[in-house]
Design a protein around this ligand. Structure first.
Ligand code: NIG
Ligand code: FE
Length: 414
């Protein structure tokens, strides 16, 4: 049965010919159709246009008078498979400890690693599923999920198998990233090259043999993995056909951006420390600069120079970084608001950054990220709101009325 959404006040992010990404001054342009219809068939977008051209078809009908229809958000960077929570460190941070100080004391990522080691695959799946349900209600239609709290082959595989199961059992488009090199386990401190060997020689082959990952990631930053470590891991991963999505330049000018571009990374993420050299490296590359406003907000970090990147003609994507340590939220609408408030991005820019550009940053731009014929029908219908700008402006209001994934209305609750 077809589904027809009619009388849409504005159909947002429409594309006659899908683009790979939106860059520079184009990021401030958002194609919309006023008083529109959207026709869905067999889980895909069949057609759309102004109401005057609305076809007379046999279909289930949703009347979207006074409501906007957006393509679902693509959240291209998360760590949402984890066990327990880390509000104790949140209090440590309030009392003045930095993220790096907490990590040095064995907290941070290692704290989550201890929890992962204690739970079964089944328990980890059960803990992660409500987070998927929550982000669906927040309007996300595609999500990338990383491993990285395993620290050893057994637990990294456990995380990746949970991600695989989430792919198979939920209506979201999910991409999986192997982040074996997230932090250096205590027993490898002072000889981290041995841990890198373990990632390359033991973990990677097992991950590849079970076909558990779409991408590979390394936390290439001060106090974590070096450019040389990263180079070795990316070189090894290339042999298994795994493209990189890197954590880079969150804590310093780490060289992460450059090594990412060298390996044609799909994205380099965080980017608080980006200067002229990093911008030059990103120009003419196929690597999407991805900013994570939730982590910078939660950790009170400096903001990535988004405006400089856009002025240099680059595209920018935004993602949530949903994780228990630096960004315990997968609410992409809040990411839009943070992009506007803290990075001075316009509403059009943040919408482009969380749809078309973040779809590219997770390799799903051919099936998601815009309203285009043939793409998967992952969209949401807003509540009655006056303008598109109202959506990021009303920064804590839940403004999504209906979520449609694969062409079907999904029951949600928050
Ligand atoms: O993207 N920066 C590195 N990794 C994560 C944090 C993970 C954690 O603290 O649990 C991030 O912010
Ligand atoms: Fe992250």
């Amino acid at each position: 049965m077809k589904l027809l959404i009619k009388n849409i006040k504005k159909l947002v992010q429409v594309e006659e010919t899908p683009r790979t990404w939106v860059a520079g001054a184009d990021m401030d342009k958002l194609p919309v159709i006023d008083d529109a219809y959207l026709l869905i068939d067999q889980g895909k977008i069949l057609d759309f246009g102004p109401m005057v051209n609305c076809p007379n078809v046999d279909a289930g009908v949703i009347d979207a008078t006074d409501r906007f229809v957006f393509p679902s958000f693509c959240d291209s960077h998360t760590h949402l498979v984890y066990s327990g929570s880390r509000e104790i460190e949140y209090v440590d941070k309030i009392r003045g400890l930095s993220y790096e100080e907490i990590a040095k004391r064995g907290g941070g990522i290692l704290n989550s690693a201890k929890r992962i080691a204690k739970v079964t695959e089944e328990q980890l799946y059960e803990e992660s599923l409500p987070r998927i349900q929550e982000i669906i209600a927040f309007g996300t239609g595609a999500v990338e999920i990383k491993s990285g709290y395993g620290m050893d082959p057994e637990n990294e595989l456990k995380m990746l198998r949970v991600i695989k199961r989430l792919k198979e059992t939920t209506p979201l488009i999910i991409k999986s990233t192997f982040l074996g090199a997230h932090t250096i386990p205590m027993e490898y401190r002072g000889r981290q090259e041995v841990f890198v060997d373990l990632v390359i020689n033991t973990m990677l082959p097992q991950v590849a043999a079970e076909d558990l990952a779409d991408y590979v990631d390394v936390f290439c930053d001060k106090g974590f993995f070096t450019v040389e470590d990263t180079d070795r891991i990316l070189c090894a991963a290339m042999k298994y056909g795994l493209r990189a999505k890197l954590h880079a330049n969150e804590l310093d000018y780490s060289g992460g951006v450059q090594v990412g571009v060298k390996y044609n990374a799909l994205s380099v993420d965080h980017l608080e420390y980006v200067g002229k050299k990093e911008i030059e490296a990103l120009k003419n590359s196929e690597t999407m600069p991805t900013v994570l406003p939730g982590a910078a907000f939660f950790l009170n970090m400096v903001c990535s120079p988004v405006r400089e990147m856009i002025n240099a003609g680059l595209p920018v994507a935004l993602a949530s970084d949903f994780n228990p340590g630096s960004s315990p939220s997968g609410n992409m609408k809040f990411i839009l608001s943070l992009g506007c408030i803290n990075y001075k991005m316009t509403p059009s820019e943040v919408i482009n950054a969380t749809t078309i550009n973040s779809a590219y940053a997770m390799g799903v731009e051919d099936i998601a990220g815009s309203i285009a014929r043939g793409k998967i029908a992952n969209v949401f219908i807003t509540k009655k709101i006056p303008t598109i700008e109202y959506f990021p402006y009303a920064y804590t209001s839940h403004l999504i009325e209906k979520v449609i994934l694969n062409g079907k209305v999904v029951e949600t609750s928050l």
